[in-house]
Design a protein around this ligand. Structure first.
Ligand code: ADP
Ligand code: MG
Length: 405
């Protein structure tokens, strides 16, 4: 089976299109965090700009579509794309026409009235159950809105949904957008002869979410650093008492699989030596550092000695891939491990190495620490990033038009 990078190389790219005077349906991932009706993180809007600008400069009328949240086939106002339209206007400095739905007669009429240089945004795709069901008629109605299709929705490219795999075969040409291409190329640097030493830093919530990706990477990796709640589960498997910590009980066996896979591949494994503990999350202000976890406490971060040892294991890396925070970085007192490891990883790119960050929460942590621009690449994907790293060919790429078709 080809890798996602090989599959992508066989597809038409946005630069192969002749979009002048044409209507282009642009699938983006604008599933943005919104608070009190305002978008709080513009990263994904900024990330799609190169594609949007390419299409506008070439004289296309662009119809952007995305999902937001999980409205489950209904149309509650809280899932409207209105805040996204506003964010796009701000970042793009250009009018964005928000349409009242994503399919239907009114939408078709409005889209037909667009002229080159116009940008329209469809309402939330997931307000129709046909999106997640990949319903043929829903895909057909979306496809009827445009002549050409561009996929720039890296964060959703692993989903077999109508706007991702249903629409491309129904338009004249369906091509790879700049962000999709960048993401696949950057993440593939971890899979395709990564520069050595290659250090994988894994953390976050669950072993079960990440085992496939970690196992696929083991033959390539020199060192595996494990932190976050994931480390609690692995250490529990090793017979270490983690007190009251959050453990993924049904993944203890998966932790065994991970360690075995690492050992078989001669990977050096680093686990935390000390911990930041508290009675519970509400008690973070009284968090303290321990080497042995008291029975009445929970581990919420790695301790300073772990930060130091992990940082020195990262110091000579030529490639670092980081997925999963080292602790509950959302709370200041518990963010030290994530920030410390984040700085060590940011230094890698400064020395000429490659640092790749994946995962929604890890990207948020890197952004909160002001380190995003110091990394070689911060992925906009969560599930898509893990699927690509686990060796899967992403279905949204397969659906696009072949280069020599
Ligand atoms: P990503 O989205 O980057 O893949 P995950 O979703 O796997 O990361 O994990 C992120 C979450 O894990 C964060 O909300 C963080 O608070 C939580 N977390 C990390 N370490 C711990 C811990 N020791 N105990 C509880 N939660 C933790
Ligand atoms: Mg997450």
């Amino acid at each position: 089976m080809p890798s996602s990078a090989e599959a992508l190389a066989g597809k038409l790219r946005i630069d192969d299109l002749e979009p002048q005077g044409r209507r282009v349906l642009l699938r983006a991932d604008l599933n943005l965090p919104v608070q009190d009706g305002v978008v709080t993180d513009m990263t994904r809007v900024t990330a799609m700009l190169p594609t949007l600008r390419t299409l506008l400069a070439a004289g296309a009328a662009v119809v952007v579509m995305s999902h937001r949240g999980r409205p489950n086939g209904e149309t509650p106002e809280e899932f409207s794309m209105a805040p996204v339209a506003e964010a796009m206007r701000l970042v793009l400095g250009h009018e964005v026409i928000l349409l009242e739905d994503c399919i239907g007669d009114k939408v078709e009429t409005a889209v037909q009235a667009l002229v080159p240089g116009d940008v329209a945004l469809l309402e939330n795709l997931r307000c129709h159950p046909g999106e997640t069901a990949n319903d043929a008629e829903f895909a057909c109605r979306l496809a009827s809105l445009a002549d050409l299709y561009v996929d720039d929705a890296f964060g959703a490219v692993h989903r077999a949904h109508a706007s991702i795999i249903g629409v491309p075969p129904l338009v004249e040409v369906a091509a790879v957008g700049h962000l999709l291409e960048l993401e696949v190329q950057m993440l593939s640097r971890c899979l395709d002869e990564p520069a050595k030493p290659f250090v994988l830093v894994a953390g976050g919530a669950k072993v079960s979410d990440k085992l496939d990706a970690l196992a696929n990477l083991m033959p390539l990796v020199d060192r595996l650093i494990i932190g976050g709640a994931m480390a609690n589960t692995v250490l529990t498997y090793q017979g270490i008492d983690m007190g009251n910590s959050r453990i993924e009980e049904d993944a203890i066996e998966l932790a065994a699989v991970l360690l075995e896979c690492a050992e078989l591949n001669g990977v050096e494994i680093l686990l935390p030596y000390d911990f930041v503990v508290a009675a519970d999350l509400g008690d973070a202000a009284s968090a303290r550092v321990v080497r042995q976890v008291p029975a009445t406490t929970m581990v919420f971060d790695i301790g300073p000695e772990s930060i130091e040892r992990f940082a020195s294991a990262i110091a000579d890396a030529q490639t670092v891939l980081w997925n999963g925070p080292m602790g509950v970085f959302e709370i200041d007192e518990l963010a030290g491990g994530t920030q410390g490891i984040g700085s060590a990883i940011a230094d890698v790119a400064g020395r000429g190495g490659i640092s790749i960050v994946g995962g929604g929460d890890t990207a948020a942590a890197v952004s909160a620490a002001g380190l995003s621009s110091s990394m070689t690449h911060v992925s906009t994907g969560g599930g898509a990033t893990l699927d690509l790293l686990s060796g899967s060919v992403l279905p949204g790429i397969v659906a696009l038009t072949d280069r020599c078709a």
